[in-house]
Write a protein that binds this ligand. Structure first.
Ligand code: SF4
Length: 594
């Protein structure tokens, strides 16, 4: 018998209706599940396994493994961390065998940087085992530190992937520590094995910057060296020296008679030491002097700057554009063999991008954190407090930007200004945003698009080669946009290449084809410059022979607007020098006559 609903209150009637809807939904869900063979029993959600931590007392007998950058960066980071008292070891540059191990032990459908990285780690651990170390000791005495983030692309899954592959390969329980892009380390603060303090950040920052600048110089010098292999030999020696400087570097500490007293003062003590460390960083000359000594060594390398080579700017996804091995088909060496000059991407651009994006987000949110609501307009007090909070944070981020750029430029100056300047993040945002929303995160965000325009428009390259892992989500979005970019900027030669771990020959032949176009562009540019200056290449070479300083690697050839290749810029410069010499001798003649 149906119930008389008219006796119920409106609330009771609404509750009944809701219950009926819920019941019908449940029945329907079960029916569809039965039909499709889906089990609706409650699932056990995945929980991140509780991992043994890394504590201070383990530091002496624990080796921190890391990798994923260039060997120069890794060498310097190793020196910097051992200077701080850590045992570290950088993994070898990952090869195809590592990639295959990663695929064997990992999930399907991951980005290939995961396969390369975790496969490389497994390979290293297997080698330790083959050398006689027990699994127990491997787990006890090692850990791996790597970058991580919560996404928004598959980067958010890296940590889980590492753990899965390690478990599948028999190294279950091996410690993986994540260096979060948006924050610090995933380890408890107290008695942490890795102290995330000012000394740590400054050491890493210096090592990164130096690695970037030395890489930049190497790729500018090597294609023009007269004696083959000389650049690599000088750089190898220099890297050993730089590593030793890091290893023996003494961090700033308050010393002297009053230091004990100052240190004990609440608040003042730690702040004073903290300020001292930053001043030591900003005004100390240990690293700049080392770079000046290195500049003098590099200066002994003889160059033939009249070699006409197209300049290829590398962009793309962070890992694929940075690694120097099978991970990007050994692309840099391949390009050099094919007669190109490569402009590699510094990690510094990424660091500046992170600061810039944090600043942008802070401006957008106006000091309101993500988990709170904007106060009502009449709560002027709260609004003002938020405004102040936003301004304070922005001031701190601007300070970080300024300090980073200043440190970069100090080291760059010590190398005679030869390495490229840091790209201006505000300009990148300005030129990239109309094509790719600069608030969209993940991967390189708007940078891929912006760098394509920036380097081509500023006469810094003949061609842009974007290296990205197969199926990289943010890079795929960028590539969609790049077709609009190359339509607007008709002169740009842009080639995206997906690195899949296989198919090297195919990738190389695509690059060869685009490089062919870049070579024509470069040749035409040289013809134009020779025409404008009225010189021949032989005359330029003769002049350089008479002025040997022009052949030294650290001689700074100025960049002429509208001219890209090193050789064409050199011709322009020699033309100016010749003109000056002629004017000088004319004035001397006139003075003699007078
Ligand atoms: S940026 Fe691309 S390659 Fe890197 S994790 Fe995201 S999707 Fe994968």
């Amino acid at each position: 018998m149906s119930e008389n609903l008219s006796t119920l209150t409106p609330e009771e009637r609404r509750a009944r209706r809701e219950a009926t809807i819920e019941e019908r939904l449940r029945e329907e869900r079960e029916r569809v599940a039965r039909q499709m063979g889906i089990d609706l029993a409650p699932r056990k959600a995945f929980h991140r396994p509780i991992e043994r931590g890394f504590t201070k007392d383990q530091r002496e007998h624990t080796t921190i493994l890391f990798g994923g950058l260039t060997w120069k960066h890794e060498n310097l980071i190793q020196g910097a961390l051992s200077g701080l008292g850590y045992k570290t070891e950088s993994l070898a540059c990952p090869d195809v065998a590592a990639f295959q191990l990663g695929k064997e032990y990992g999930n399907n459908g991951q980005c290939n940087p995961t396969y390369f990285t975790v496969g490389n780690l497994v390979q290293h651990l297997q080698n330790l085992e083959a050398e006689g170390m027990s699994r127990e000791d491997i787990l006890d005495q090692h850990l791996f530190i790597t970058a991580g983030a919560c996404g928004p692309c598959r980067f958010g899954m890296y940590e889980a992937e590492y753990r899965l592959a390690l478990r599948n390969s028999g190294f279950d329980g091996f410690r993986v520590m994540l260096f979060q892009q948006g924050g610090g380390m995933n380890q408890s603060e107290a008695e942490a094995g890795l102290e995330m303090n000012a000394d740590f950040f400054l050491a890493i920052l210096n090592a990164m910057n130096m690695g970037d600048l030395l890489n930049d110089v190497t790729y500018q010098v090597r294609p023009y060296e007269v004696n083959e292999g000389e650049t690599d030999r000088v750089m190898d020696e220099a890297m050993e020296e730089m590593k030793e400087i890091f290893r023996t570097h003494r961090t700033f500490e308050l010393n002297g008679k009053v230091s004990g007293f100052i240190k004990k003062m609440p608040k003042v003590g730690p702040t004073a030491e903290y300020i001292g460390k930053f001043l030591d960083q900003l005004y100390g000359d240990e690293y700049t002097s080392a770079f000046e000594r290195l500049r003098d060594k590099l200066d002994t390398i003889e160059l033939d700057r009249t070699r006409v080579k197209p300049t290829v700017k590398i962009t793309g996804e962070f890992w694929a554009q940075t690694t120097e091995g099978d991970g990007n088909f050994n692309m840099f060496r391949f390009l050099e063999r094919e007669g190109a000059q490569v402009v590699v991407e510094p990690v510094g651009t990424w660091i500046m991008y992170m600061i810039h994006q944090a600043k942008q987000k802070n401006l957008d949110l106006k000091g309101v954190s993500e988990d709170e609501a904007m106060p009502s307009a009449w709560r002027v007090d709260k609004r003002m407090a938020q405004e102040l909070r936003a301004r304070k944070k922005n001031a701190q981020l601007s300070l970080a930007e300024g300090m980073f750029t200043r440190e970069w430029n100090r080291l760059r100056d010590a190398l005679n200004g030869i390495p490229h300047e840091l790209t201006d993040q505000y300009e990148l945002q300005r030129i990239g945003h109309p094509y790719y929303n600069s608030r969209a995160g993940g991967g390189e965000g708007h940078l891929e698009v912006a760098k394509n325009i920036y380097y081509s428009n500023k006469d810094l390259c003949h061609m842009v080669l974007s290296l990205k892992p197969f199926g990289c989500m943010p890079s795929t979005q960028s590539d969609g946009v790049q077709s609009a970019v190359v339509n607007h900027y008709k002169d740009i030669i842009y080639l995206p290449v997906e690195t899949s771990g296989e198919g090297e020959i195919n990738a190389h032949s695509r690059v060869q084809m685009a490089l062919g176009e870049a070579k024509v562009k470069c040749k035409l540019e040289m013809e134009r410059v020779l025409d404008e200056t009225g010189l021949t290449l032989d005359e330029v070479r003769d002049y350089a022979d008479e002025h040997p300083e022009l052949k030294s690697a650290m001689y700074k050839v100025p960049h002429t607007k509208g001219v890209v290749s090193s050789a064409a810029n050199f011709v322009k410069h020699v033309a100016v020098l010749m003109e000056k010499e002629k004017e000088g001798s004319r004035s001397r003649e006139l003075a003699g006559v007078a």
